[in-house]
Design a protein around this ligand. Structure first.
Ligand code: GLN
Length: 285
């Protein structure tokens, strides 16, 4: 089959299955399973793909995608901050929006920073931060054994020798931590979707991301309350907190930070112009 026809055929199937952004996904599927890049497609659209094995593997992957299994689970990987993270089911698939959170932390990073990542999931936040900085020490906590084993694998894959400076701990938010340890930075992308909204999410999300990684309780704010209320006793004075938020949660989350005495509260938007990250500093006095 000619690559141009293959592309057309897959795109049509994905569109019929109501996959969003079929165009991008066709490119990723062709690249991964048939080793055909976007450049190859333009340079030689008449190229024939003859290998039965390639066509069969590609067809299987397209079939799975049409049943709305997320591409990240089919490929087993997701690129986040330029690193390939393993993304089997069992931990939230890293989202591009979360890169904004990582970038904001990097902006304020100084040498020797001790960072706590609550609800670490695949570890995408803390592992990227450690990979992209010189000498920070990281702790990632999660309540899920499945997530922690994915994070462990990712730390092995991405951090190499730096992995010795990362600890992954099981437990419910701060309960996972040793008594008395104070962090310079607390970062989290906690579950923040209202329980009643979960049913209306896309099948890729509601049927494949772990519900505990999505569900933020009745008003979506359960984790922000617990994270913010507990933050000051786990961070240095003048330490910083960075939280990913849903597009309509800025005023509730900044309110919680104010109630807890945080200063210099700032809301940062994502590239679509939605509120995405809240940053604040714990008071010095
Ligand atoms: N910290 C992980 C991420 O941002 C997991 C978040 C979660 O499980 N809610 O992808």
């Amino acid at each position: 089959m000619k690559v141009k026809d293959l592309k057309k055929d897959i795109k049509k199937k994905l569109e019929e299955a109501k996959v969003q952004d079929a165009e991008t996904e066709v490119r990723l599927l062709l690249k991964t399973y048939a080793n055909i890049s976007e450049a190859d497609l333009y340079a030689d659209p008449e190229l024939e793909v003859t290998s039965e094995t390639v066509l069969k593997t590609l067809d299987d992957a397209v079939g799975k995608r049409c049943s709305r299994i997320p591409l990240q689970h089919i490929l087993g990987k997701t690129c986040f901050m330029g690193f390939d993270f393993n993304t089997p089911p069992g931990a939230l698939i890293p989202r591009p929006d979360t890169e904004i959170l990582v970038e904001e932390v990097l902006r304020d990073y100084h040498d020797g920073t001790k960072i706590l990542d609550l609800c670490t999931g695949t570890g995408c936040i803390i592992i990227s931060l450690m990979a992209l900085t010189g000498d920070c020490r990281g702790t990632g906590t999660d309540i899920s054994d499945d997530a922690l084993s994915v994070a462990e694998e990712n730390a092995d894959l991405i951090l190499g020798d730096k992995k010795q400076f990362l600890e992954l701990k099981k437990g419910d938010l701060y309960e996972a931590l040793d008594e008395g340890v104070l962090y310079d930075i607390i970062v989290s992308n906690p579950p923040y979707i209202k329980s009643s909204d979960i049913d209306s999410l896309m099948p890729e999300v509601k049927d494949h991301d772990p519900v505990i990684a999505l569900d933020g309780g009745l008003d979506g704010l359960d984790f922000y309350r617990r994270i913010i209320n507990g933050a000051r006793s786990h961070m240095i004075k003048g330490g910083e907190i960075f939280l990913e938020i849903g597009y309509d949660q800025a005023s509730d989350v900044t309110g919680l930070l104010e109630e807890n005495g945080f200063k210099y509260i700032e809301v940062i938007k994502d590239y679509s112009g939605n509120d995405r990250v809240v940053r604040a500093v714990s008071p010095v006095l």
